[in-house]
Design a binder for this molecule. Structure first.
Ligand SMILES: [Zn+2]
Length: 409
């Protein structure tokens, strides 16, 4: 009996010691292991709806070898500079001052919360330069406006290319030659297709597919450079769009996908934690093991990384779903939904790609509820009618979308 209790005591001591050791190890496990390079591939104007509709084998393969989330929220307004800058700065326009496309990096008319010695809000390049002085840091971009967000004196390479393919090729050459610690690439073509032909137009969706081949050039270069085993790739976007532009507050303007892939990242994983535009800088810092400054509001997407879990306090009560849309009149995707018709109009409502649910609609001007008419097939209206539609499923509902069908004799 006495012998047994001694043995029990030993077991207890060993168990307590093991637990203490585990806790110490876990406390130390602050950053992901083995990520030496981060390449961010920024695709301007790619909504989640557009991405779901397009054929993108390279990005699909990155997701297969990585983690994805389709509900990354933009900062306002949903235009390029505020959103790219938020990704670089770990903070939104109310903090950095970058609230429009005409803003410049050391524009102190709108006082940012803090500045570096060069009078810019401290972005990820600045933080990396301070904490990893020898790091190879580059920015290669297709949209000229991207230049205004960069402190060129702390970058090894800052290149503007006038064409998207050239931007991808230049990035590939740079990756092979310099094996950068951090490279931010911006490709502008998808946004251009959205402005020219309308978001969700066949041209827009096709160009997302074409952009996928440019993403492949960059991914192939990472392999050719021999750094695929230590590189984390992120595919990000700044905003989506609707009709012929963006800047407003519709779901398709506000929400884009994000992909994490490669070293340190879980495979084929759907990230549940909420991600904001300004989290990107925090992720780059986290992946490369540098300390993000306290003034940033961005948080790393820890759930994407091997050895890290989803937060305990995830919000799981209800979700805001993507909105359905109405078929474009005469294939004109730049015009608002609905339009003017002679005699009668056919109303076709399209479910948002990538999300299952039931579309309900009204024709009396009210907002659809969970008991409104279910949309199943196109229907005809022969007097001027406002059609409102919403998507519902067991997880939540979308906001209302509206189309006016003006009928003339
Ligand atoms: Zn943009």
């Amino acid at each position: 009996m006495k012998k047994l209790s001694v043995r029990l005591k030993n077991v207890l001591v060993i168990t307590i010691m093991t637990l203490a050791l585990q806790t110490a190890c876990e406390a130390k496990k602050k950053y992901p292991k083995g990520i030496k390079h981060v390449v961010v591939i920024g695709l301007d104007g790619m909504s989640s709806t557009g991405f779901h509709a397009a054929t993108t084998p390279c990005m699909d393969s990155l997701i297969g070898h990585g983690a994805v989330n389709y509900a990354v929220r933009s900062v306002l307004p949903t235009v390029s500079t505020p959103n790219w800058n938020a990704m670089l700065c770990g903070a939104g326009p109310e903090i950095t001052g970058a609230n429009s496309n005409s803003w410049k990096a050391n524009d102190l008319d709108f006082p940012s919360v803090a500045i570096s010695k060069d009078r810019s809000f401290p972005n990820i390049f600045r933080i990396l330069r301070m904490q990893k002085p020898d790091a190879e840091l580059g920015a290669i971009y297709h949209w000229g406006g991207f230049s205004a967000m960069l402190e060129k004196s702390i970058l090894n390479v800052s290149v503007h290319c006038s064409k998207q393919l050239e931007t991808a090729q230049k990035s590939a050459e740079y990756i092979i030659e310099k094996k950068p610690t951090f490279l931010f690439i911006q490709l502008d073509g998808i946004d251009g297709a959205g402005h020219n032909s309308g978001h969700m137009s066949p041209d827009y969706i096709k160009y997302i597919g074409e952009t996928d081949t440019h993403v492949r050039i960059i991914v192939d270069a990472i392999h050719k450079a021999g750094i695929a085993g230590s590189t984390m790739i992120m595919v990000v976007s700044d905003h989506g769009g609707i009709f012929g532009g963006h800047g407003g507050n519709s779901y398709d303007e506000l929400v884009t996908p994000i992909i994490f892939s490669g070293k340190g990242i879980k495979q084929n994983y759907r990230i549940r934690q909420q991600i904001y535009r300004y989290d990107v800088a925090a992720d780059v810092a986290f992946a490369l093991g540098v300390t993000a400054p306290q003034l940033w509001t961005g948080r790393p997407t820890q759930a994407a990384y091997i050895g890290f879990d989803e937060p305990d306090n995830l919000w799981e009560e209800m979700e805001v779903l993507p909105s359905p849309r109405f078929a474009a009149k005469d294939n004109n995707h730049k015009a608002a939904f609905g339009g003017e018709f002679t005699g009668k109009a056919t109303v076709t409502i399209i479910a948002p790609e990538g999300t299952k649910g039931v579309i309900r609609y009204t024709t009396d001007g009210t907002t659809p509820t969970a008991t409104s008419t279910v949309y199943s097939t196109p229907f005809t209206v022969d007097t001027t009618t406002v059609v409102n539609a919403k998507l519902f499923n067991e997880k939540g509902e979308s906001v209302k979308v509206s189309a006016t069908y003006k009928i003339t004799e």
